[in-house]
Design a protein around this ligand. Structure first.
Ligand code: ADP
Length: 156
């Protein structure tokens, strides 16, 4: 059976931190589905289609990566996609506490789905989509935090 991992997130936008997690996880799985979770009450900053398009550009040459959009529970989307692993990244102890709670609750609901955590590379510990968004909103240059395929500019 193929080993399929789901990497869920808002990816608003996808950063070098996310890119690094996916690239490091690729040797472990047959397929990684980068799944953009959305909530009709909280639409996010960048349009969903734009986020999908950016991530597809980053992994254009990587046949094992797919990009999807989903609404609802991550575990339900895993079942729909036959994914038995949830991939997440850990930057800080705050990330750990949050991920521990979600991971344990998910496992209680679905013991057949395992969460797999990657520690961030030290040079990516400070990289967060929230701050990248702020920089862009205020007309700054966030290119050093974005994969080279993603070019975002906002006029001041
Ligand atoms: P969410 O809203 O689900 O936290 P994000 O898009 O912010 O979505 O993050 C998706 C996943 O990527 C989370 O597991 C998060 O901890 C991880 N992540 C975000 N930024 C980094 C980074 N710089 N290094 C490693 N992992 C990261």
């Amino acid at each position: 059976m193929d080993k399929i991992a789901l990497f869920p997130g808002s990816f608003d936008p996808f950063t070098i931190g996310h890119e690094s997690i996916v690239k490091r996880a690729l040797p472990l799985f047959d397929k990684i589905i980068i799944a953009i979770g959305y909530n009709t009450k909280k639409m996010g900053y960048f349009p969903l289609e734009q986020r999908v398009d950016w991530i597809q550009k980053v992994f254009l040459e990587e046949a094992k990566v797919e990009v999807e959009v989903f609404e609802g529970l991550t575990v339900d989307f895993c079942l729909k996609k036959n994914a038995r692993y949830i991939l997440r990244g850990l930057r800080t102890s705050a990330d750990f506490e949050y991920e521990r709670m979600i991971g344990q609750m998910n496992r209680t609901m679905h013991p057949e789905i395992e969460s797999v955590f990657f520690l961030t590379q030290p040079e990516h510990t400070h990289v967060a989509s929230t701050v990248v968004r702020d920089i862009i909103m205020h007309g700054g240059d966030a290119s050093m935090f974005l994969p080279k395929e993603i070019k975002i500019t906002r006029k001041r």
